[in-house]
Design a protein around this ligand. Sequence first.
Ligand code: FDA
Length: 583
Amino acid sequence: EIQDVEVPVLVVGAGPSGATLALLLGRYGIPVVAISRHRGTANTPRAHIFNQRAMEVLRDAGVEHLVKPIASTKDEIAHVAWLHTLAGEEYGRVYAWGNKPDRIGEYLTASPCEMSDLPQSVLEPILVKEARQLGADIRFSTEFLSHKSRSDGRVVTRVRDRVTSEEYNIISQYLVGADGARSAVLASLDIPIDGKQLDDAFNVYIRADLSRYFDIRPASMVWILNPDAPDWSSHGSIRMVRPWNEFIVSMHNAKGNLNFEPKDEDILTRLRQLIGDDSIEIELLGHFRWTINDQVARTWQKDNVLCIGDAVHRHPPINGLGSNTCISDAFNIAWKLAFVLKGWADPSILESLTAERKPVGDGVVRRANDGMLVHRRLWAFMGSTEAERTVVSQALRSATPEGARIRTKLRSIMEGTDDEFNSLGIQMNQTYLNSPLTVIETGDKPPDLQGLNVMKKQIIATFPGFHLPHVWLVKDGQSERISTLDLAGHGDFVAFTGIGGQGWIDAANKITSEGKITVKAYGIGRGLDYLDAYWDWEKVRGVEEDGVVLVRPDHFVCWRCSQSCPNTSEKLREVMRRILGQS
Ligand code: FDA
């Protein structure tokens, strides 16, 4: 008989959101149980693109060194191309994921981490293993059934062991729903979901050596626009899982019939057609469906229950934002839960989840769906029947005004994917401007917020609510560089100041010396802790040399003050109280 369990945090889900949260809570020494209804981690590759923000979280969590060596590199995902068959005619290609020559510097400036690519089936076991090593109790084959709140505020969650069919209770102070797009936790809260369900994707998982076609044009994926099989839709994609012998091929029924059950031989015939080289041996590893949505939950928290990840934001894979956003969601709530459970912050700070992360979720869902429209335009333009394609193909070669018009039009539609494949802004411009935990000094001016809507550009600012800018610093006399992001995070607040800012350092040290909350403090400047050797901090710090920038454990600036003052200690203490919901 399985005993009831008592634990501070129960996480439902051990996907990118749940496993990252379990890992981060483990780092704080917070006991956590995470349950997953499945037998193990993701058995299909699913989301892949690993953006810099998400990798920064894993770097903070101490697992970047495990993930980076096995992820496909930025160079391996350098393009996206559109072709008639993989081996055949190319309609065009774009640089992708930080590889566009005129944008490379922006990606390098943005983060100490690089864009990379790693399927969930490889990522999740790493997260789960590390979380377990830190003491997280992760129980697979365990299903969430229901939950209720007890009069003492505890949450009693009923779960079922799917192997033995036994039911038992897990009693926790907090319940986190990280249980994906069909979230039972969210449903049990009766929180409305805005938006709608979209199409079903039909994905085929294959092993095939396609290196001769990807070596010459490394790509995370290629689109195959091929109307040669009337039963199949004219567009499909070949998505690299591991370079260059494992792929996911997305292929659809021509009539949009969601219940079609193609036989293996039909799938293989179509695969050969998409690849266009019969000498390639194809091993079918499986196929699976997946529902693509355009949905955001209206609130992400109710009483002691918080929801993150696909439970609250669901969208197409365009821009590759799915699991990345999940990982950042987990980073957002990990420190808050830890601080509340340690008694260092008021539980009300947990209510900031919706104010901080829902605007990010809204933006991500909007962008991914807008990005879908560009692809649809391209598919329609190229024609969905052989007859339509023949007209376009001939026009693309023809020395006529119509030919020129078609070529220009095709280029312009393809370039419309730039907001998808070179979208540093949507990845990096997550801001918490309307958060109750963001403290703005009277008279402090935000940067031009118009720019937040520009998908491509990152806004680098220390205005409260913005992410701490990454700047390389050095220890005077040592050549090794360290990022401001490495000085921040790791469970602590950090205050950055400069020459003349000793008062802030003393104020931070005083709080730390009390033995509870650590506010690390660093002086950046000649003769101080770190040298701003490239002069980059000076350009972005947004305060005077003796001012201070205060950063939360999740790398977000929560307050800044332009100059030093006689009462730095009281000032910092008062701000910390506000941020921690104690005033
Ligand atoms: P995720 O769905 O990954 O995990 C949910 C977790 O909750 C699992 O551990 C599950 O077992 C658990 N759970 C669910 N209900 C439960 C219950 N009642 N009791 C207990 N546990 C429960 N994205 C993309 O960008 N490109 C892609 O190609 C794909 N392909 C794809 C295929 C398939 C089959 C799926 C399901 C999803 C995708 N996605 C995708 C979406 C992508 O996988 C998604 O954005 C992230 O996995 C979301 O991570 P979460 O951790 O939030 O949920």
